[in-house]
Write a protein that binds this ligand. Sequence first.
Ligand SMILES: NC(=O)c1ccc[n+]([C@@H]2O[C@H](COP(=O)([O-])OP(=O)(O)OC[C@H]3O[C@@H](n4cnc5c(N)ncnc54)[C@H](O)[C@@H]3O)[C@@H](O)[C@H]2O)c1
Ligand SMILES: O=c1ccn([C@@H]2O[C@H](COP(=O)(O)OP(=O)(O)O[C@H]3O[C@H](CO)[C@@H](O)[C@H](O)[C@H]3O)[C@@H](O)[C@H]2O)c(=O)[nH]1
Length: 462
Amino acid sequence: MNVTIIGTGYVGLVTGACLADLGNNVFCLDLDEKKIAMLNRGEVPIYEPGLGELIERNVEAGRLTFSTDVEASVAHAAIQFVAVGTPPDEDGSADLKYVLAAARNIAKHTNQFTVVVDKSTVPVGTAEKVAAVLQGELAERFPDALQRPGFTVISNPEFLKEGAAVEDFTRPDRIILGADSDPMGEKGLALLRQLYVPFNRNHERTRVMDVRSAEFTKYAANAMLATRISFMNELASLAELVGADIELVRQGIGSDPRIGYSFLYAGTGYGGSCFPKDVKALIRTGEEHGRKLKILQAVEDVNADQKTSLVKKVFARYGRDLTGRTFGLWGLAFKPNTDDMRDAPSRMIIKELLLAGARILAHDPIAGSEALRVLRYDLNEWAHLLENFSLVAKPVDALSAVDGLLIATEWKVYRSPNWNAVKNAMKHPIIFDGRNLYDPETMRAEAFDYFAVGRRTAMSQA
Ligand SMILES: NC(=O)c1ccc[n+]([C@@H]2O[C@H](COP(=O)([O-])OP(=O)(O)OC[C@H]3O[C@@H](n4cnc5c(N)ncnc54)[C@H](O)[C@@H]3O)[C@@H](O)[C@H]2O)c1
Ligand SMILES: O=c1ccn([C@@H]2O[C@H](COP(=O)(O)OP(=O)(O)O[C@H]3O[C@H](CO)[C@@H](O)[C@H](O)[C@H]3O)[C@@H](O)[C@H]2O)c(=O)[nH]1
């Protein structure tokens, strides 16, 4: 089938490459000329395991095209996926300007029946706004209603996780399709069912519902997952006070199938491009309808506290003036296997340490240059403090004569270090672990002072 994807970011690029790999003929449109030029040179603008090979294979086969040409891209297909960003507006609501601009472009150039597929995460009611834009533009272009191409808007939210995006897209837990129950909605639904058959042969993973419920399902999923994380982070702070170990508690409750093991890891707070913005947007939707979402507000508040919890442990140990001190930092990306720095907890950690006068030696396998880019923006008038921030090539290089090591991202490479090498490199063998990577007893035996999240602190002299 012919398919166009509007927006060639994490979601659009993965969707386009995976659909092309099934034999579809895919156009990926983006207005960012630099991004499209990179893709056309064979470079992949994001780090996502498996994506590079997929793109290369399908470009070579002539099934995947990258373009900034709106007219040609819209003309290419009856199925137009919208996968543009929906960043938070100033009040926390999802900013729909890119989604509505994409809708306008479709309406300006389509000459055939069109299925507009909302893949971006958008608040309930957005499909109706998209339909209104299409209706308005098409009525202008085709004053005679009989000549006017028909269209339908389908909500098909995406649930992929960064770092596992190709796997998640090709083996989905569910495919949500929210469609109108009129003839055009039915026609659009039939096309999408056909497109998704290879991922779910008997449609057993497809959930068809009304458009508003589909839009809501996406926010409900992310809000539930964020709630589990904040719940565990809150219990972790209590565990530290009462002398319990949140890791053992996690295993103890996860074995109950009603609870399950996933998304129960305490840490430095959730980050990334989705949970923080989607929780905010759902709270805002509640406010717009006169409903205060008390649980989600607490989820957000706990997360904001959690993001500063690791640095608070450093302050408790060394005081608030860190002038003359140097810290190692392992991990910058908001999670492993991505270079994405959006809302990464490391950003807050770095800012607080630099403002307190510290120097930082930081390591990340992938996200270093992206981190430098966003830190310049975060530090703003204090950008000169970046003189005290150095990126290093190897994890051990971040330990040289440091007063402590902080861990912000659980990259595999940090899991089993050579403890002697670590100790020998550091000035003070102290670890502030925001990801609970090590066993506190082992750390005590290795003569480290070890501060983890929701676990008993291991003191080398204790
Ligand atoms: N990143 C994820 O893991 C993930 C997962 C599921 C859902 N989502 C949702 O999917 C949407 C996209 O997220 P993302 O992370 O891929 O965003 P992104 O910022 O990586 O990419 C968006 C792209 O859209 C392009 N764009 C903006 N306006 C355009 C227009 N009018 N025409 C063509 N291109 C345009 C931008 O240049 C950019 O390249 C968001 O709503 C997000 O919440 C993201
Ligand atoms: O037990 C856990 C699990 C995750 N996290 C943190 O939560 C954040 C988000 O992680 P994850 O969900 O793995 O990454 P995303 O790529 O942001 O994916 C989420 O957001 C996407 C965009 O909406 C959805 O499509 C996915 O289903 C949803 O998992 C990260 O900071 C993680 O470190 C924890 O602190 N503890």
